[in-house]
Write a protein that binds this ligand. Structure first.
Ligand code: TRP
Ligand code: ZN
Length: 878
């Protein structure tokens, strides 16, 4: 087999043939589904008359191919790899093909496959070519008519995009439904679902008074888990009308839940398909965090109807055009619906740990890559999360109102078109009059910019000078970086905590301003500053950068108390905790006792005794920096020191502030019935973080409190928090029965069993890895199901760092074994799961060698294109 070839953005050519209409007929059968495609094609006026027709296809049994009713001779077309070429075609013609595919054998979960008894599709980015020969590229759009034929008993429900226009009975106990989608769309937005499904119906009246039927399709046993997604959908529909002036554009909107799905969900036109984990919720089975995640994903997919579907991408290099914008939209929606500062804190924490790590590793890539081997590998945190940060920076640069005018213009101008990142940025430049030329570098330059800030107070001159240097470290293929346009929101605090009025460059913007960094080094002088101030920098995390400033611990405590910016109060607390933990790590390395800095204890005491005006933020402030974020600070990661120091810090906080945590725990109990409201979520979050500190004190009665909370069985948030504390404690007499009880109670519910897996594989005890191997044999586990793999293997490698990085390399071996098996079954998931191994350069020599050895072992296999690309990048000499 030939080496997989890279595809380059600069090679883009517009399609020579456009589609006027696509007509599909599916005759469903698990072993042999027959797909007939009638493609009404037309040469583009600007294309050469000699231009050949090129279609894509993959693992298709071609049974018939005809043009305008004339079957083609074998000499009249050519199949090479994934393309089918017809050298000579008329200017306008009907291409008619028939292929046979085997959904039951499709373990990659791309194209048409079966999830249990349900037929479903996943076509983004290039799954449609596993269904039929087609111009499978996002810049070829067509209205679709789809007829689905199935067995009346096995597939009573037959769904596709758009509106049902005809249905009828056929011989042999078969029936059909025809669907029409009037909105031209690329093939990646095609969907088909068939099987025994039940429907929950609702309706939505749009701002202009149109009635939209809403349908949520699930397997019968999940009917009790649909309410939240439906309510979330209606909130999202209303929000998009109010915030972006976007109405839904069909009479019917459907969501389907399937159990086997590679990602969270998919925005197929009028027929969103969801991973059941991203849509099904119930207080008994679902934690607060999952409720919020579901609300966000339902909104995300719905928002794609405009940002992605009505206006789509010209080519896959532009993926962040739809994903970055849509993530930004769902983040803003969730911020408006829940605690806005906590939403920001969570998004930033995710970005700073996982996206920064990606940006610092061998698979680092720009938000708009310029080449790829396998596009599925580019559905990354960089495209999604950093892509969203770029949109956020744009809005902050031009202001929310101007941004809205820009988005209106974008949707209006490019409706029905497949466009580029430039088109989006250009309308924003147009409506604002701002030059965004330099800003475009955010899309082309990979890596996380580093800002080094220094302040100097001149007492005699009563001025404070801030010097900011920016540089971006090299990333693979991009050794030299240029300065970026970085918005740095900031303010200055007086020594009594009051915000100081800023007077800079002859202007007085108030107590908060945005500095525009455009050069490698810049200086700003603030006049009329009477005493040395404490700068508050990068407020609201105004740019996706690492920022360094030599704050003293007292200054950080000052910011924690007084900053007007909620995000920076949290960030100051994180920085303060980080310095304290790092100090303990040094002690740990030197074999000394680890003492927690009293200033952190004082800071926490202060927080715990504040009037609880924002309990949601308080809970976040009490959470110590994650092991992943601490690791991001180290040039060489020492997983053991990180774990030991963080754990010791928790224990010492627990000992010093036991009474405070106990009071907070009791003060946040509630007798009200469960509801995933922001107030209740905040109270549970605070209560459960307090309980986690209490159990860290080692006082035996605290585990009794956890046990009581577990047994009260009030809601999954509280049950899971308690179960985790019991299972992670050293008291096997308490942990084991709880795990057993939970496993027996929920053995019928795969999504709850995923939580059961996750809880066990994050145990800090040294036998965790053996438990992972053991649980892989559990009847509830299946390597073919992505949710199971993520819950068991993904959680272990991401959240149990001490055990995954065991010195004997057993963790690496385990992951490599799994990746090798997944390589054959599901290349997309294999390429995602391998990520932790690719970061071997961040670890000590012995571990790096073991990880590299496993990568070499994987490389010796016959690799899918997905895994090939990732492994080669990881092993490339930089
Ligand atoms: N567009 C989907 C989203 O909203 C992403 C997605 C769903 C996807 N399933 C996929 C991407 C399978 C690649 C492969 O984020
Ligand atoms: Zn998306």
């Amino acid at each position: 087999m030939a080496e997989p070839q890279a595809i380059y953005l600069h090679d883009y050519q517009p399609p020579a043939y456009r589609l006027e209409r696509t007509e599909l007929t599916f005759d469903l059968n698990e072993k042999a589904t027959r797909v007939r495609a009638r493609l009404h094609l037309q040469r583009h006026p600007e294309a050469e008359a000699q231009a050949p027709l090129v279609l894509w296809g993959c693992e298709l049994g071609l049974e018939r191919i005809a043009i305008d009713g004339q079957p083609l001779l074998e000499s009249e077309y050519r199949i090479e790899g994934e393309t089918l070429t017809v050298e000579r075609v008329p200017e306008r013609f009907l291409l008619d093909t028939e292929v046979v595919i085997e959904p039951a054998a499709n373990t990659a979960l791309e194209g048409l496959y079966v999830s249990g008894p349900i037929f479903c599709t996943q076509c983004e980015p290039e799954g449609f070519r596993r269904i039929t020969w087609y111009p499978d590229r996002p810049d070829v759009l067509a209205p679709f008519t789809t007829t689905v034929i199935g067995d009346r008993d096995r597939e009573p429900v037959l769904l596709s995009n758009g509106n049902p226009v005809e249905r009828g009975e056929l011989p042999g106990n078969r029936h059909f439904v025809s669907w029409q989608d009037p909105h031209p769309k690329p093939a990646y937005l095609f969907a088909l679902v068939a099987g025994k499904l039940d429907c929950v119906r609702d309706s939505f009246t749009t701002a202009s008074g149109r009635e939209v039927a809403l349908e949520l399709w699930v397997e019968e046993e999940n009917l009790h888990k649909t309410e939240w997604a439906m309510a979330s959908l209606k909130r999202a529909m209303r929000w998009d009308e109010q915030s972006y002036g976007r109405e839904y554009d069909l009479d019917l909107f459907m969501i389907v839940a399937v159990n086997d799905f590679n990602m969270g969900a998919m925005e197929n036109k009028g027929l969103n398909i969801f991973n059941s984990a991203a849509v099904l919720a119930n207080p008994q089975t679902t934690t607060d965090a999952a409720f919020q995640r579901i609300e966000g994903i339902v909104a995300h997919e719905y928002f794609h109807n405009w940002s992605g579907n009505r206006v789509t991408c010209r080519d896959w290099f532009q993926l962040a055009l739809k994903e970055g914008f849509t993530v930004f939209r769902d983040q803003t929606f969730s911020a408006d619906t829940n605690s806005a500062p906590v939403k920001r804190i969570e998004d930033v924490a995710l970005l700073r740990t996982l996206q920064f790590a990606e940006d610092a590793g061998p698979t680092a890539h720009p938000v708009r890559p310029d080449h790829f081997i396998e596009i599925s590998n580019f559905y990354t945190l960089t495209i999604y999360e950093k892509g969203a940060e770029i949109v956020r920076m744009l809005r902050n640069l031009i202001g929310a109102e101007t941004f809205r005018r820009g988005s209106d213009r974008y949707f209006e101008r490019f409706d029905g078109q497949a466009v580029r990142v430039e088109d989006f940025v250009d309308v924003m430049a147009e409506v604002s009059g701002l030059d965004l030329g330099l800003f475009m570098r955010w899309y082309s330059q990979a890596g996380t910019p580093q800002l080094d800030c220094r302040g100097e107070y001149d007492e005699a001159g009563q001025r404070f000078t801030l010097t900011v240097r920016q540089h971006t470290p090299p990333t693979p293929g991009q050794p030299d970086k240029l300065p970026l346009h970085i918005p740095l929101r900031m303010g200055l605090l007086g020594d009594d905590g009051t915000p100081l009025t800023l007077s800079v460059d002859g202007e007085t913007p108030g107590t908060d301003t945005v500095l525009h960094l455009t050069e490698a080094e810049q200086q700003w002088t603030f006049e009329g500053i009477e005493r040395a101030p404490v700068p508050s920098l990068l407020r609201g995390f105004s740019a996706p950068v690492r920022l360094d400033y030599p704050w003293s611990r007292d200054e950080l405590a000052h910011l924690m108390r007084f900053d007007e910016d909620g995000f920076n109060r949290w960030d100051a607390t994180q920085r303060l905790a980080l310095t304290a933990i790092e100090e303990m790590m040094t002690a740990h390395a030197a074999g000394e006792t680890m003492h927690l800095d009293a200033r952190l204890i004082d800071a926490f005491r202060y927080l715990l005794n504040q009037p609880a005006d924002d309990r949601a933020v308080l809970a976040e402030m009490l959470r110590l920096p994650s092991e992943a974020w601490i690791a991001e600070q180290q040039s060489q990661v020492d997983v053991d020191a990180i774990h030991a120091a963080r754990r010791a810090a928790i224990e010492q906080l627990a000992d010093s502030l036991y009474a405070d945590f106990e009071r907070v725990y009791h003060a946040n109990q509630s007798t009200a019935g469960y509801a995933p409201t922001p107030e209740q979520i905040a109270a549970r979050s605070l209560k459960n973080i307090a309980l986690s500190y209490l159990t860290a004190s080692g006082e035996p009665e605290t585990l009794a409190m956890a046990k009581a909370q577990f047994e009260a069985d009030d809601n999954m948030t509280d049950v899971r928090a308690a179960l985790t504390l019991l299972a992670h404690s050293d008291r096997a007499d308490l942990g084991d029965p709880a795990i057993r009880a939970f496993g027996e109670r929920w053995s019928h519910d795969a999504l709850v069993m995923d939580q059961w897996f996750a809880t066990q594989v994050t145990r800090p005890q040294p036998d965790a890895l053996e438990r992972v191997r053991f649980l892989m044999q559990h009847p509830a586990f299946s390597i073919k199901n992505p949710n199971r793999v993520r819950a068991l293997i993904g959680t272990f490698t991401r959240d149990n760092r001490v055990n995954f990085h065991r010195r004997d390399g057993a963790g690496y071996r385990l992951l490599a074994d799994v990746v090798i098996e997944l390589n054959r079954l599901n290349p997309e998931i294999a390429a995602r799961m391998i990520a932790p191994l690719t970061r071997f350069r961040r670890f000590d020599e012995a571990r790096a060698a073991l990880m590299r050895g496993e990568l070499e072992r994987i490389r010796a296999e016959k690799l899918s294109r997905n895994l090939h690309e990732v492994v080669e990048k990881a092993l490339a000499e930089t």
